[in-house]
Design a protein around this ligand. Structure first.
Ligand code: ZN
Length: 503
């Protein structure tokens, strides 16, 4: 690192010098460029002794205490620095073009800044030179690469990359934890504008906290002078405001909503293949298909006409997007190919084909059934029994709604035990009784559906259906073989079985 302050002045701006920044950097960094011909090279003190990439920062309290009577706010505004020099940490860094080992050339005079949750950090980097590649501008072998160049990062071990705490764009950078926060916020419905406002508030809060600490220290300093009767008429500097852009100001920067949005879009673009691959590997037992016409309002038009009329989205039973496509019309031909791809990917990755499809347009029924033949399996058309009267719950059947996991699981457990039990058994419970028996020759005659008794099959099935657990009873077992008091479902049973596995 060059010791001259002139090489460090662009920390803030090419046209202004920044004494606090320069002083802070030079106070925390001792140049000790390692010899590139030596391996393992001698590490910079920051790496070799402190074992960190970030320069240690003194707490504002100790900074104020160490000032004595010369209290100024500048040391409190000193930024944090990070040294990015991976060349001394690995055996070799290959040239991105010719794969020849790169050599350290010099330090980069203008550190880069990345934004953290409450402030920002300046990254000091190095320039690495390839001795065989020719610079296309100068025609000489002066081709260099910066230490934060994505092509350089791509040639580093992933374990070392994991310690690089920021993501850089062309002109800025964002700390990885802030980027992760942005992903969570955007996925949870919080927009980039709100996130930018939140960062603005956090940065202001830190600045105001620091300012308050400075003022409190001045008050304490005055009170100490008063007690010792050494009051002086010395005045102190005003703490710079958050928006102060002078060389003594905090040089604050908070990314805008558009900048954050661009960062996120770039991330999505970079991981498009991975996201598509993940999406194609999701299961789709139950699907829902729908058109959205909101996003297309924000897509550019051609000659005043919209290119796309809607966004077709297919989700699975977990609400995960299984397919997402812009369509020009709502015709079936627009998503026939998409459905075929879903069917093929389900087969490829060993998933079952869809059993159910939700749609708001019943005209899709035949088309969906043609795309997924599995939708027709085990389905009896309503038209086949259209002549029958609508079934009504017989009197005496009580509908019990189970609204928590424990009661539902308990009811399901006893129903399963009842259905799959090999011998008749009774379960004694506090208030009711659940009993399953194999139909005897005299019992094969199903009781009359009109009998208002909880012991008959027709009074049981609606009760089971009402709590959504009719699937617990396989069709192979006639419901007439099950007899239970519906009021017993989900009450606190006292099982007599020594061991049972919860479902
Ligand atoms: Zn090269």
């Amino acid at each position: 690192m060059n010791e001259s302050s002139s090489s460090l002045s662009p920390l803030i701006s090419p046209t202004t010098t920044a004494p606090p920044v320069v002083d802070a950097l030079q106070a925390s960094y001792t140049p000790n460029a390692p010899n590139t011909n030596q391996w393992p090279p001698k590490l910079p003190p920051l790496y070799g002794k402190l074992k960190t990439f970030l320069f240690p920062v003194k707490d504002p309290y100790f900074t104020l205490r160490s000032m004595g009577d010369a209290i100024t706010p500048n040391p409190l505004l000193s930024p944090q620095f990070l040294l990015r020099d991976p060349e001394c940490l690995v055996d070799r860094i290959p040239c991105p073009i010719c794969q020849v080992k790169l050599n350290r050339h010099d330090e980069i005079p203008r550190p880069r800044r990345y934004v953290t949750l409450t402030g920002h950090v300046w990254v000091i980097g190095y320039r690495y030179r390839c001795l065989s590649c020719v610079n296309p501008l100068s025609g000489k072998k002066t081709r260099t690469f910066r230490s934060w160049d994505p092509r350089i990062l791509a040639g580093l071990p992933t374990s070392l990359l994991a310690s690089f705490p920021a993501t850089f764009t062309h002109r800025g950078g964002l700390a990885n934890d802030v980027f992760s926060l942005m992903r969570v916020c955007l996925q949870s419905g919080m927009g980039a504008g709100q996130l930018s406002d939140a960062l603005q508030e956090l940065h202001h809060l830190r600045h105001d906290t620091c300012r308050l600490q400075y003022l409190d220290h001045l008050v304490e300093h005055r009170s100490v002078e008063r007690r010792s009767q050494q009051r002086s008429n010395k005045t102190f500097q005003i703490f710079p405001s958050f928006d102060d852009r002078t060389s003594n100001g905090p040089m604050s920067f908070v990314p805008s909503a558009q900048w954050l949005r661009d960062m996120y879009d770039q991330f999505i673009e970079d991981h498009r293949q991975d996201i598509n691959q993940h999406m194609s590997m999701l299961s789709s037992d139950v699907c829902a298909i729908d058109h959205s016409h909101k996003i297309t309002k924000h897509i550019a038009k051609i000659d005043g006409e919209r290119v796309f009329c809607g966004l077709l989205t297919i989700t699975n039973q977990l609400g995960e997007i299984r397919s997402c496509n812009l369509v020009a019309t709502k015709a079936h031909s627009q998503f026939e190919f998409v459905l075929k791809k879903i069917r093929d990917s389900l087969k490829l990755y060993g998933h079952s084909q869809p059993k159910l499809f939700f749609t708001d347009n019943m005209q899709d029924k035949a088309f969906l059934e043609a795309s997924f033949p599995s939708l027709r399996e085990g389905v009896t058309p309503v038209e086949k029994y259209g002549h029958l009267e609508l079934f009504k719950l017989p009197p005496g059947v009580r509908v019990l709604i189970k609204d928590n996991v424990t009661s539902i699981n308990l009811a399901m457990f006893f129903l399963r035990m009842a259905v799959h039990g090999s011998t008749p058994f009774d379960v004694v419970c506090h208030r009711s009784q659940l009993r399953v028996y194999h139909p005897q020759p005299s019992d094969t005659q199903a009781p009359s559906p009109t009998t208002p008794s909880a012991e008959v099959s027709t009074s049981v099935t609606p009760a089971l259906e009402s709590v959504g657990i009719e699937s617990a009873i396989p069709d192979s077992i006639p419901h007439s073989s099950i007899s239970l008091d519906s009021s017993a479902i989900g009450v606190e049973f006292v099982p007599r079985f020594d061991a049972w596995q919860p479902m």
